[in-house]
Write a protein that binds this ligand. Structure first.
Ligand code: FUB
Length: 319
């Protein structure tokens, strides 16, 4: 596994091929001095950079500089977390997680004519959006947005897309909280429908339970398609695994398959899976270069391999 941007702290990668180049859009970690806590207040990021490269194994990474800054987002409170970028009809859409002025996480959109930005934010968050970690996936001309994260990501505060008076976690034997998915509107700026739960089933067809912390969803949704199968991958958060589940359409349900990446150094683990020039890659982060500081993470990449039956070969996070 190789560090991609040794000169700065970057995390939560999403990578996409635009105009034959590979573009990476990470979160930009910084030292804020904020005490570490379970709400993630110490992840106090303020801007994003875009990076591009032509060759994952040997090439130089170009830093395109700041592409969006919280000071330019009219509704911004604090904490610019994970993002994703999609392209439609020659325009680029950056989807991001940010707390509003009431300290509630929302999803925002910013638009650019170029993949390297800069991106101009919309005046308001996506209507009806909540929680964190957007991932946008294009399938047969439709665009789907996946999102959500429990604990500091606030997903436990919502049921049926409505805010609860008091956030609540299900009991261990109840169904786990699910990520959400919604089709995007034609202009890419709003949900086109009410978000639906991304249900993950075990091999016997039962939804994973909240107590099944080694397999249930926590945050960091990613969707990719390979060989006609839909792969929903995600972090288990407090058990520090990247896992995946497969299905036969973008909404699921998905059946749990296994672990892609064992725990890395650092608390969070977050990834994306992208094909470039005929190879599949896993991009992710760890906290080795910062000496284990959980809020100062560095981007890594490694080749991802499938077995003949479409299952993904497990990788060691400490490699
Ligand atoms: O970077 C802040 C948060 O940490 C992300 O939104 C989560 O997925 C976790 O990586």
């Amino acid at each position: 596994m190789k560090y991609l941007i040794p000169g700065d702290y970057m995390a939560d990668p999403c990578a996409h091929v635009f105009n034959d180049k590979l573009f990476i859009y990470p979160s930009h970690d910084r030292e804020s001095g904020i005490q570490e806590n379970d709400s993630g207040d110490h992840f106090d990021m303020k801007d994003y950079h875009a990076f591009s490269l032509d060759d994952v194994e040997k090439g130089d990474v170009t830093d395109h500089g700041v592409i969006l800054d919280t000071k330019d987002i009219p509704w911004a409170g604090r904490q610019l977390w994970d993002s994703d970028v999609a392209c439609k009809n020659g325009k680029y859409y950056l989807y991001f997680s940010l707390k509003d002025k009431n300290d509630i996480f929302r999803l925002g959109v910013a638009v650019s004519d170029l993949p390297q930005g800069p991106f101009i934010p919309q005046n308001d968050p996506i209507r009806g959006s909540y929680s964190i970690d957007p991932c946008v996936f294009q399938d047969n001309g439709d665009y789907f947005i996946y999102f959500g994260g429990i604990w500091g990501g606030q997903l436990q505060r919502y049921r049926d897309n409505k805010a609860l008076e008091n956030g609540a976690y299900p009991a261990d034997n109840e169904n786990a909280i699910c990520a959400r998915v919604a089709k995007l509107s034609g202009d890419m700026l709003q949900f086109a429908e009410d978000p639906k739960p991304v249900v993950i089933l075990d091999r016997s067809g039962k939804p994973l339970t909240a107590g099944d912390t080694e397999r249930r969803f926590f945050e960091a949704s990613w969707m990719h398609k390979c060989g006609g199968k839909y792969y929903f991958s995600y972090s288990t958060g407090d058990t520090h695994l990247i896992c995946y589940a497969t299905g036969n359409n973008p909404y699921g349900p998905f059946t749990y398959q296994g672990v892609i990446l064992t725990p890395v150094v650092g608390w969070t683990t977050h990834h994306c899976i992208t094909e470039y020039k005929g190879k599949w890659y896993l991009f992710h982060h760890d906290s080795v270069p910062s000496g284990g500081k959980t809020w100062l993470r560095s981007l890594k990449v490694t080749e991802l391999k499938y077995n003949d039956d479409g299952t993904i070969q497990k990788m060691e996070g400490t490699q």
